[in-house]
Design a protein around this ligand. Structure first.
Ligand SMILES: *Cc1c(COP(=O)(O)O)cnc(C)c1O
Length: 828
């Protein structure tokens, strides 16, 4: 395994860098179409133009990509590796063009060829290699790391099918395969030379070395090949280009050739399919652990490939593994890559002859772990028996780590048996399972929560005893969003307006949006702000008409809840309130009701029955309300199918009101909340996750906070409070619930919602009933404000002005300084 040290010859010949005048772009698009896509421009189809344009844009990133990489080799800068089972990237072309500043030139070049750039943009498929917030965070982080000129790699899986495509069939969610690679992927480069063998199964053999020491060697029974596919990630103004390296599983050829030659064609094909199955689909789980063995295979597959790659690169440059913590930081995005801790130990000890204690020091020097949820059902564990069978050597290492940690706890900290049981890597209660959160924690020097509240709760709940044992490890890094995609690109109208007002500097430092505060009271600016919002709403209204056949007025209040469908996110609270409002509008037609459009979007995990039922309920309710003439169009309810990054980019700039109404204590951070605030929507929300920090930043007078606090929820949970009285004391809630459970909205199946509503009477696990009155009252307060547009838009402006803190540049600076110890040389 001796690596040749890589020497970079800075005098090696290079091509002239590309220029980006309209004329050269036009010429190159034609050349790419002809020579790379192989299409005669006279007959080229839109997809051919898209591919040719992407290739032309991509070329403009190449020089900087190679320069960025040469720079890291030359200077010996520390590299950051972000390991994530999910990257919810969305479309790349507009992002790349905008970040390198060639959008207008490309548009003109295409126009001269009679091709419309904006329709090409919408042709590009979303790379949906993630479920929701966690995967989108990874994508925002990649962009911010490039912007801040941090040498970084993202490592993940190149799923053939990303998150399922959602369609509606009579109001029910149906899941269809996502075919994002159907037209090829012009962004990626396959790197056959960067491929690694990944083992599974087999046994462990002790080997006695000539000097008498014993070394363990894992002899796997199966192997698959991990092949790298690289996608460039370009930072703002082309600051730096980093690599997103996604692994694809393939069979190891010679074995199959043997099988084929011996006449076992089916066996060869089966083996090939089995290998490839590892990276075929993204698990559509959200907050529930996928129990499948295949999921564990995916986790180990990408962890092992990434670590082998990291160690190879390090040895190639430095020749010695002792310096690993000085030159390498590995961030584990949740516990999905937690097996990396055992895999790095195995590589260091079994393959490089290191002693346990030195390997263990290196491990903790290298790894940082980000926890994303405290939902008990989401804390990943694997049966010991499964790990023993699939990864026998890793199981041994986990036992060794556990022995070390438990000895430390007993001897140094004097832990009692209860505390020992709580920190142990092995959960002995539920049939012996390995706790991946504990493994990630003990193997890392830093464990971070993703909002201030979530970090505090982490210290008090899941990691209470580990926090006592290692009190300096837990820290907070509140999530963020990249303002490039979530303001500059998705809302060009607002970007132009802000630039006209305060100049363009905020585009490089989004905290400068603060200057807008001074203009919040200016009626002229309020009107301009409102005009931008209205134009964005007209676009969304058109999309709603086109896709749903529902006509909505852009002058109505657009009230938006878009996110994964989950009971803790409480779409149910929102739709029940819509039903109550519907009752009120009919009961009091004389009142001056504010016209509202309630927009929902989001996917439910396919096995999550209540979440799917909530989608059906929203659709059932919308059918009745939208078609009831006595509502006089004052209330419309729309569920837009197939929520993804691109749909979010259209909806968020058009939102007046952002619904962030999770049960307090359950949303670790939320990032959707930040995207809306930045785009000038007002938030109605609970004191949960990053909503709390939003309130602190925009000021409590510019946000609508309601409901029980995390502490109150925990206290009521602890005494098993019965929710019934909340319903009995609220006639509006009672009436709404009765109309739903009696089948008013489901005449074809009157019992459809009986159990769903029954749950609110029985246990109300997510405090829907108990927060209802506070929520409904807040909505009427919001109506009042809507009738005072000067006030409304002054608040909206103050939201945009005070969301600079939510930039993922801020988050990444904090990771860089506190966790990774890498300098930040880019950005403002
Ligand atoms: C931002 C984003 C999320 C996360 O939204 P939350 O409201 O924080 O749950 C999920 N999916 C997509 C497509 C997003 O863009």
């Amino acid at each position: 395994m001796a690596e040749q040290p890589l020497v970079i010859d800075s005098n090696a010949p290079r091509p002239e860098p590309r220029t980006s005048s309209v004329e050269t772009l036009r010429q190159e698009i034609l050349e790419r179409l002809t020579y790379s896509v192989g299409k005669d421009p006279a007959v080229a189809r839109p997809h051919d133009w898209l591919t040719a344009t992407i290739l032309t844009v991509r070329d403009r990133i190449m020089d900087q990509w190679m320069e960025s990489s040469r720079d890291t080799w030359r200077t010996g800068k520390k590299r950051v590796y972000y390991l994530s089972l999910e990257f919810l990237i969305g479309r790349l072309m507009r992002d790349a063009m905008s970040n390198i500043g060639i959008m207008e030139q490309v548009q003109s070049a295409l126009k001269s060829l009679d091709v419309d750039l904006s329709s090409l943009i919408t042709l590009e498929p979303d790379a949906a290699l993630g479920n929701g917030g966690l995967g989108r965070l990874a994508a925002c982080f990649m962009e911010s790391m490039a912007t801040l000129k941090i040498p970084a790699y993202g490592y993940g899986i190149r799923y053939v099918h990303g998150l399922f495509r959602q369609e509606m069939s009579e109001g029910w969610q149906v899941e269809l395969p996502e075919e994002w690679l159907a037209h090829g992927n012009p962004w990626e480069f396959e790197r056959r030379e960067s491929s690694y063998e990944i083992g599974f199964g087999g046994h462990v053999e002790p080997i006695t070395e000539p000097d008498g020491t014993v070394r363990q060697e894992w002899r796997p029974s199966d192997h698959v090949l991990a092949v790298a596919f690289d996608t460039p990630v370009v930072g703002w103004r082309g600051a730096r280009v980093n690599t997103l390296r996604l692994w694809s599983a393939q069979p190891i050829d010679p074995i199959l050739l043997d099988k084929f030659n011996s006449g076992d064609h089916i066996g060869a094909l089966e083996e090939s399919a089995k290998a490839e199955s590892i990276t075929r689909v993204l698990y559509p789980a959200d907050g529930t652990p996928a129990g499948q063995e295949l999921r564990l295979r995916q986790e180990f597959f990408f962890s092992s490939a990434s670590l082998q790659d990291i160690v190879r690169r390090h040895l190639q440059q430095y020749g010695d593994l002792g310096s690993l913590p000085d030159k390498v930081a590995v961030q584990l995005n949740d516990t999905h890559p937690a097996i990396s801790v055992a895999e790095l130990m195995r590589i260091l000890m079994d393959m490089h002859g290191m002693k346990f204690s030195s390997a263990w020091d290196i491990c903790r020097g290298v790894f940082g772990y980000t926890n994303h949820t405290l939902l008990p059902e989401a804390l990943e564990t694997w049966p010991v028996a499964l790990l023993e069978r699939l990864l026998p050597r890793h199981m041994q290492i986990i036992y060794a780590i556990n022995a070390e940690v438990l000895a430390d706890a007993r001897n140094r900290a004097g832990f009692n048996d209860g505390q020992i049981a709580s920190i142990s890597l092995i959960d002995e209660n539920a049939g012996r399972r390995v706790r991946m959160g504990q493994l990630a924690f003990v193997g890392s020097h830093s464990i971070n929560g993703v909002s201030a509240l979530h970090t505090e709760l982490m210290k008090k709940t899941v990691f209470k005893d580990l926090h006592t044992l290692y009190p300096n490890r837990i820290n907070n890094k509140t999530n963020g969003i990249t303002p490039r995609r979530w303001l500059l690109e998705c809302n060009p109208g607002l970007t132009r307006l802000i630039t006209d007002r305060i100049g363009p500097d905020f585009q490089d430092d989004v905290t400068l949006l603060k200057a807008l505060d001074a203009h919040a009271g200016d009626p002229n600016f309020q009107q301009q702000f409102a005009a931008v919002k209205r134009a964005n709403k007209a676009v969304l209204a058109e999309l709603i008409r086109e896709r749903m056949g529902v006509v909505v007025s852009p002058d109505a209040l657009f009230d938006v809840q878009i996110k994964r469908i989950h009971e803790y996110k409480r779409q149910l609270l929102n739709i029940i309130e819509a039903v109550a409002l519907y009752d009120d509008i009919r009961a009091h037609p004389e009142r001056n009701w504010v016209p509202r459009v309630k927009v929902f979007a989001g996917k439910a995990a396919p096995g999550y029955w209540n979440a799917k039922l909530i989608i059906k309920l929203i659709n059932d309710v919308s059918k009745v309300i939208n078609n009831d003439p006595s509502v006089r169009g004052l209330l419309k309810v729309v569920f837009l199918p197939n929520y993804n990054v691109s749909l979010a980019e259209t909806i968020i700039p058009a939102a007046d009101l952002s619904e962030q109404i999770s049960t307090a204590g359950m949303e670790a951070s939320g990032t959707g909340n930040m995207k809306f605030g930045l785009n000038g929507a007002l938030t109605v929300g609970t004191l949960d996750g990053a909503n709390i920090e939003m309130r602190d930043n925009v000021g409590p007078e510019n946000i609508f906070i309601f409901g029980l606090t995390a502490e109150q929820v925990a206290e009521r949970r602890a005494r098993s409070e019965v929710p019934r009285s909340a319903i009995d004391n609220s006639p509006r809630l009672k009436e709404a619930l009765e109309s739903i459970s009696s089948g008013l909205f489901s005449p074809d199946d009157r019992n459809r919602y009986r159990d769903l509503v029954g749950g609110l009477y029985d246990h109300d696990w997510f405090f829907v009933a108990r927060d209802f009155d506070a929520y409904a009252a807040k909505q009427r307060e919001i109506d009042k404000l809507w009738n005072n547009p000067d006030k409304w838009y002054s608040m909206a402006i103050r939201n945009t002005a005070n969301m600079g803190w939510s930039s993922s540049d801020r988050t990444i600076r904090q990771y860089a300084e506190d966790i990774w110890s890498v300098p930040v040389t880019g950005g403002e």
